[in-house]
Design a protein around this ligand. Sequence first.
Ligand code: GRG
Length: 301
Amino acid sequence: MSKDKGMDVRKALEERIEEVNTLLMEYLPKEEGFQKNLLCAMNYSCMGPGKRLRPIFMNETYKLFGGKGRVIRPFMAAIEMIHSYSLVHDDLPAMDNDEYRRGRKTTHVVYGEAGAILAGDALLNYAYETALKAFDEEPDNKGIVRALKVLSEKTGIYGMTGGQSVDVELTGQPLNRETLDFIYALKTGALIEASMTVGAILAGAGEADIDRIGKGAKAVGLAFQIQDDILDVIGDAKVIGKPTLSDEKNDKTTYVTFEGIEKAKTDVARLSEEAADIFASYSGKDTFLKDLVLMLINREK
Ligand code: GRG
C-alpha cells in the first residue's frame, strides 16, 4: 500500500471511528438513577479509545451487500458493548489482572472488582436489549432474528466465552497446536465472524456469500490475534495502551511460541491478503474494507 493510500485509509478509519463513537453515545444508558454507578462503569468501559473495528467491520460488510438502512445501527452498538464487556472481564484480577487498557486504568481499578463484574454483566445484557431495537427500525426485516442468533452463538459457549474458558483453564500449561487454533478461532475469531456475518445477513446477502464472508472474517480474526501476540512481544506499550510481555508474565503459549516472530508476521500478511481478496471481489468502487484489512497487517495497536 502506498504512503498516500495508507493516509487515505487511516483518515477514512478515523471518520468511521468517530461515527461509531457518536452512535455508541446514543445507545449507551444515561448516567442517572440509583444504579448510576453501574451505568457510569458501563460507559467508562465502552467509551475508552478503542479502535471500534467490530462495528466498522459490520457496517462495511452491510454496505458491501447494498445495505442502506438504519437496522444495522443497534447491532453495531451491541457488538461493541459485547466486545467491551469481554475486555472488562478479561482484565479482572481472576483473569489477566491488567491495570491498563485502551491507555486508561481498567474498569476494576476505577470501579472496584464487583463494579467491573457488574459492568461487564450489564454490558452483555444491554447489548441484547440494544440489538432488539433493530425491530423498531425494520420490523419486517427477516434477517434480524438470524442476526440475533449469530450474535448470541458467536458470543457464547460455542464462541468467544467457550474459547476464553479453554484459554483460562490451560494458562500455564503446554498447549498443542490444535488447542491453540481452537482458542484463537473462538476467543478472538468468533466475534469478528459475527460482525461481518451479521452485516451480510442484515443486508440480505445470499447463503453462498454469507458463507464466503464468514471465511474471510475467520482469516481476519486469526490474523488479528496473531498480530496481538506479535505486539505483545515487540510492540510499544505506550502505543498499545497496555503493558507488553503479558503473555510471558502469564506463562501463555501463543502463535509466536510455535512459529517465531518472522513466520508469524508472514502469516498475518498471508491471512489478511486472503481475506482482502474475498472482500475485494464484492467491493466495487468502495474498497475501504479490503484496504482496512490490508492496513491492519501493520497495525501497532
Ligand atoms: C471474558 C468471556 C470473556 C472473553 C474475553 C476479548 C477476549 C475474550 C479477551 C481479550 C484478550 C485479548 C487481548 C485478545 C486479543 C485480541 C483482542 C480481542 C484484542 C482486543 O481487541 P481490539 O484490539 O481492542 O480490537 P480495542 O481496544 O481497540 O477495542
